[in-house]
Design a protein. Structure first.
Length: 347
């Protein structure tokens, strides 16, 4: 209740910390640690990830862990701002700037973020015309309200997020290269849920506990076959999709156990049978074995053609010489030996 009241009183404050980000897998731990390190700096941060991976959650946590934590945290959804309102929303307007302008004028998002952080969500959706105006403010930390000729110096830190490949959009001409480099000072790709299957049981427990009171459901447990279905699904919508699936199941379930009958059809459609799962595992194992044998044959051939010279063999295979040093050991082709120095190039 205190948090709810604080959010109303202080609309431009971050609400989440790292404690609110659920996950104990090694990948999630590494991701949290990277964001914590970024929080210690003043550089612009670009969070990259699929829809539903928690980019906004990490942006909140980053601000809360920074020296600006007691200052405003202003959120901007770049995809939802109409082009005709872009300047007035982001940079504000002076009194009488246009017909329906407030008599006292209005500060923009960047002005509200003074001394704090501004979170530009879905920044990859910005039209090119808006990108040029945004770039100038990011570079100069100076803005002019619409209808005002007096520039204002603003101190803010930028945290941006996107589910687009901005580098590819730059190549296609949809995103300015200079803006991309300005935002991409420190970037981090947030992992998808399918990369962190070990965190699914933790997330399920978290969503169950949080959603039970909202939907007034008595369901408190997930059947083993449901958890198996969750672990086998690819989750294209990531954590947001998992939360929606659990909320749907709580609404449909009249007992205490959520079963397969409470799950959406698309989640069950691709669920493999036990025989299919066994066959898939055998196929993967066979494929891995073939790849290793092919790598071993190519390594032997390159070393044979170069009379054991690893530098020449590495150039032939188009890999780094240090990488090649470990390949024979991996395939048990040589006895363990000391790592090569920069002056030694052959076996």
């Amino acid at each position: 209740m205190k948090r709810f009241e604080q959010n109303i009183a202080e609309p431009h404050q971050a609400r989440y910390t790292f404690a609110d980000i659920i996950g104990a897998s090694p990948l999630m731990k590494r991701t949290k640690e990277m964001v914590r390190r970024m929080a210690e700096t003043e550089s612009a941060v670009l969070l990259i990830g699929e829809s539903g991976v928690g980019k906004e959650l990490f942006a909140h946590a980053l601000h809360q862990a920074s020296r600006r934590k007691n200052q405003p945290f202003v959120r901007v959804n770049c995809a939802s701002i109409p082009s005709e309102l872009f300047e007035s929303e982001l940079f504000g307007y002076a009194p009488g700037a246009f017909t329906e302008a407030a008599r006292s004028g209005k500060p923009g998002k960047f002005e509200l973020a003074d001394k704090g952080s501004i979170f530009l969500d879905e920044v990859g959706e910005l039209p090119l015309g808006m990108q040029a105006k945004l770039l100038r403010v990011l570079q100069e930390k100076e803005l002019e309200r619409l209808g005002d000729r007096q520039p204002k110096i603003v101190d803010f830190r930028v945290v941006a997020a996107t589910n687009k490949d901005l580098e590819e959009r730059v190549k296609q001409g949809y995103f300015r290269a200079d803006l991309y480099y300005r935002l991409n000072v420190a970037s981090l790709r947030l992992p998808a849920l399918r990369e962190m299957k070990k965190d699914i049981p933790l997330l399920v427990d978290h969503f169950l506990t949080r959603l039970q009171a909202q939907v007034a459901s008595a369901a408190a447990e997930i059947a083993p076959e449901v958890m198996s279905a969750f672990l086998g699904y690819r989750w294209p919508g990531n954590m947001r999709e998992l939360e929606n699936v659990i909320e749907r199941a709580l609404n449909l379930c009249s007992g205490r156990h959520i079963g397969l009958e409470h799950l959406p059809e698309n989640l069950l459609r691709g669920r493999p049978t036990s025989a299919e799962a066994t066959a898939a595992a055998a196929h993967d194992s066979h494929l891995q074995c073939r790849v290793q044998n092919l790598e071993r044959e190519q390594l032997l051939s390159a070393l044979s053609k170069t009379n054991g010279n690893k530098s020449q063999a590495a150039r032939m295979l188009n890999i780094h010489r240090t990488t090649l040093y470990y390949k024979p050991r991996k395939h048990k082709l040589t006895k363990p030996e000391a790592a090569p120095t920069t002056s030694g190039h052959s076996l």
